[in-house]
Design a protein around this ligand. Structure first.
Ligand code: FE
Length: 206
């Protein structure tokens, strides 16, 4: 999945470069070197994502609960499962980090069961100044009808919340789950005992 990220970045870089070249050619025709210098000097943050890269929304499902605890680790005594760190960035389609976004996570336990009475495996946090988030948790279990997934809601002040789900690569149930979306697959890495799942959210903030 590292390769996929690299590819994606390269593609975005190419698109951004293409836009700049287009601007340069246009300005050569339109206004000469002064206009060219102005274009290069004031080039804004490049458009690094197209609409295809915007993180798609998905159903919240029946198990969301408001007012989850503010915490970056969902690990508690008695929770069984494979530990994993879910982390990544939140950024806009213009490549800008989105700082302070609220991320609310909820998931099934290792046996595929949600805690609907309390707040086990539920928690929210705020992205840092660089738009980064990091959650210590366990790999969610599967339950009938669904492939393995996290639920997450991303809320930027004064914007509609993005509710979506994150999936794991190579899960046999991915093919059978009609909600599954390949754009929402995390990049799994790390050694056994220190697994990581990386996912960058891209928000269309205009
Ligand atoms: Fe679920």
């Amino acid at each position: 999945m590292k390769l996929a990220n690299d590819f994606s970045l390269t593609r975005r870089g190419f698109l951004a470069a293409s836009l700049i070249v287009s601007d340069i050619l246009f300005n050569r025709r339109a206004g000469g070197l002064d206009a060219l210098a102005a274009t290069v000097g004031t080039e804004p943050t490049p458009a690094c994502a197209d609409t295809d890269d915007i993180t798609p929304p998905q159903t919240a499902g029946p198990f969301f609960k408001p007012r989850s605890p503010d915490r970056k680790s969902l690990l508690e005594p008695g929770i069984q499962g494979t530990r994993i760190v879910l982390e990544g960035n939140i950024r806009s389609t213009k490549c800008r980090p989105v700082q302070g976004a609220l991320l609310d996570f909820w998931q099934a336990d290792g046996s595929g069961v949600y805690d609907n009475a309390g707040y086990r495996l539920r928690g929210h946090q705020f992205a840092d100044a660089a738009g980064r988030y990091r959650l210590e948790t366990i790999v969610p279990g599967v339950y009938p009808g669904r492939t393995r997934h996290f639920h997450v809601r991303v809320q930027v002040p004064n914007r509609p919340a993005l509710t979506t789900q994150l999936y794991f690569p190579g899960e046999p149930e991915n093919k059978k789950d009609f909600i599954f979306n390949a754009k929402l697959v995390v990049a799994v890495g790390g050694a056994a005992g220190a697994r990581t799942a990386n996912f960058d959210f891209v928000l269309d903030l205009g």
